[in-house]
Design a protein around this ligand. Structure first.
Ligand SMILES: NC(=O)c1ccc[n+]([C@@H]2O[C@H](COP(=O)([O-])OP(=O)(O)OC[C@H]3O[C@@H](n4cnc5c(N)ncnc54)[C@H](OP(=O)(O)O)[C@@H]3O)[C@@H](O)[C@H]2O)c1
Length: 277
């Protein structure tokens, strides 16, 4: 895969995504705890959580930059420009900045970092915690930097290379996607309970069903539509249920939801661009 050897990774932000990345990088054996550092604005509880993993945790960005050659920007979009400006004085040519911030364009980030050129954008998801992230990485950037980021992110799960202009769609599909799957899981559990199953049984059966279906689709390599057809015999129960889904326009609902999330990513990007002037 190539790219540079990564000796130290600094996480800018210590929230949900940063914690997921931290756990994933450690579990994947990408780096030893002493090669990782994390920083936030001041939530001491989050920093202590990182320290318990053996990771250096501080509110001092300059300290994190000194220890790291890759910086992963994992703050909310609304905080990204300010965090970038704060990083500016501590950045030098050895630092590669990998942004996982939804909506924030590469060029805008480079400007906020003081015309720092070594920037790539990626969109992992919270599956990172268990090395099961669906990650997209934008091709734009120095090829060696893209390879370095690809190698690091590959320890969190499979990585797809996309064009930067496709990242809003990625954000809408796989960045936010775990929540869509959880919603379906919640609905299935509730439906099982409504039909008379004990809650713990409905939960266990639903979770294993989701896991088994996803593993079947991945491991068999068969098209999901083909797997669905194989278990929907005419006159059977599965087909009866699927007809209800189709009748209530499930596909169109999913289509509209993903489009709305993509539009929201674009709106966030536009707001950040307007803030930069
Ligand atoms: N969550 C997901 O599923 C997901 C998936 C893909 C990508 N992302 C992206 O990941 C980013 C972070 O999302 P999140 O859900 O992890 O947010 P979050 O839980 O709210 O965490 C945000 C973190 O940023 C820190 N922060 C804010 N301003 C800072 C600054 N100036 N300097 C240093 N740290 C600062 C906060 O620190 P304090 O708590 O001290 O204020 C907090 O630790 C977003 O841009 C999102 O688009 C998230």
């Amino acid at each position: 895969m190539g790219g540079e050897e990564v000796r130290g990774v600094g996480l800018i932000g210590a929230g949900a995504m940063a914690q997921a990345l931290l756990h994933g990088l450690l579990a994947g054996g990408a780096l030893a705890p002493e090669c990782l550092a994390v920083t936030n604005r001041g939530d001491r509880g989050r920093l202590r959580e990182a320290e318990r993993l053996g990771v250096h945790a501080t509110v001092d960005k300059a300290d994190v930059c000194r220890r790291s050659d890759v910086l992963i920007l994992a703050v909310k979009p609304k905080d990204a420009l300010e965090a970038s400006r704060q990083l500016r004085p501590s950045l030098d040519a050895r630092h590669l900045v990998v942004s996982v911030v939804a909506g924030l364009r590469r060029r805008g980030l480079q400007a906020a970092l003081g015309d720092h050129h070594r920037v790539v954008r990626a969109m992992p998801n919270t599956g990172s915690v268990i090395g099961a992230s669906a990650t997209a990485l934008a091709r734009e950037g120095d090829p060696s930097d893209v390879r370095t980021a690809a190698r690091l992110l590959a320890t969190l799960g499979p990585v797809e290379l996309v064009a930067e202009e496709q990242l809003d769609a990625v954000t809408a599909l796989s960045g936010s996607g775990p929540a869509y799957v959880y919603l379906l899981i919640e609905a299935m559990i509730a439906a099982g309970v409504a039909e008379g199953l004990p809650a713990d049984v409905a939960r266990a059966l639903t979770l294993q069903t989701a896991l088994g279906a996803a593993r079947m689709a991945v491991e068999s390599g068969a098209e999901p539509a083909e797997l669905r057809r194989q278990i929907s015999s005419p006159g059977g129960t599965t087909l009866a249920a699927l007809q209800v889904f189709e009748g209530h326009e499930l596909r169109e609902t999913v289509r509209l939801a993903v489009r709305r999330a993509k539009e929201r990513a674009a709106e966030i990007g536009a707001t950040l661009e307007a803030a930069q002037g």
